[in-house]
Ligand binder design. Sequence first.
Ligand code: GUN
Length: 303
Amino acid sequence: MRSRVTLRQAQGPPGMTVNMTIIDGKAISAALKAEVKAKVEEIAASGSRVPHLVVVRVGEDPASVVYVRNKAKACDVCGIKNTTIILPEETPEEELLAKVRQLNADDSVDGILVQLPLPRHISEAKVIENIAREKDVDGFHPLNVAGLWQKTPHMSPCTPKGIMKLLEAIGVNPKGKRAVVIGRSNIVGLPVAKMLLDANATVTMCHTRTVNLPEVTRQAEILVVAAGHPHTVTADMVSPGVVVIDVGMDRDPETGALCGDVDFGPVAEKASAITPVPGGVGPMTIACLMENTVECFLNRHNN
Ligand code: GUN
């Protein structure tokens, strides 16, 4: 599950080697999907119908097209029934809300995901709060967000949950560690900071406009970067041995190549572990979505 890579030399004197782990999100997510698949098979063997996820995409945003396709593929791998609804870009807000309410009322649907971003004329907040809380596989509904912050039962958001699972899979316990999170979005930065805090890390929440950001990031033993900008973290901004989780999915402005928020090569030379982009956090988000779908199914059928 872990790719151990011995670098020629990192921080030590000439001749010294440093072990560095490239965190294999694909392998870790494959193991999680296998667990989900086994659970779905158990549900089917009990005579019940299998969990059903509905994903709604509005418009043709190229990234969303890929993400939604990958979600359907993951459902197929796990044996989860899945339906993708594609609506035109110009769909009125009220029409999308009516679709969401129809899915809420449909007893054969266990999970509802409306892919973000939505076209500008549609309020994302309004859509999210109209998804039934018990079908909110994203964990974005205000009551699920409140549950995370108040430590009451809730659906956990997929990317932060996936990050915590990656750390666990490589044997990194946040307890007692200094964690720094760059980024303050509702989807990643805020919830992952809370989860690290609940795991007994000491957490610093910051952002790209933080004064003296390198001074802050050099304190990190665990560094989560969810800024959405390439080159947010350069090698001079990290201390030797840091565990780096790169949530970015960017395009390098010079080469156009897919990249994360972290300068992978130079930072990897100092890190003890780092996620690649792609193949790190991304696959975990989808695997956690599969897990959440089964959790929604079980909550609805056992309560
Ligand atoms: N767009 C990018 N990531 C996500 C996600 O996790 N959920 C939804 N609904 N939209 C997204």
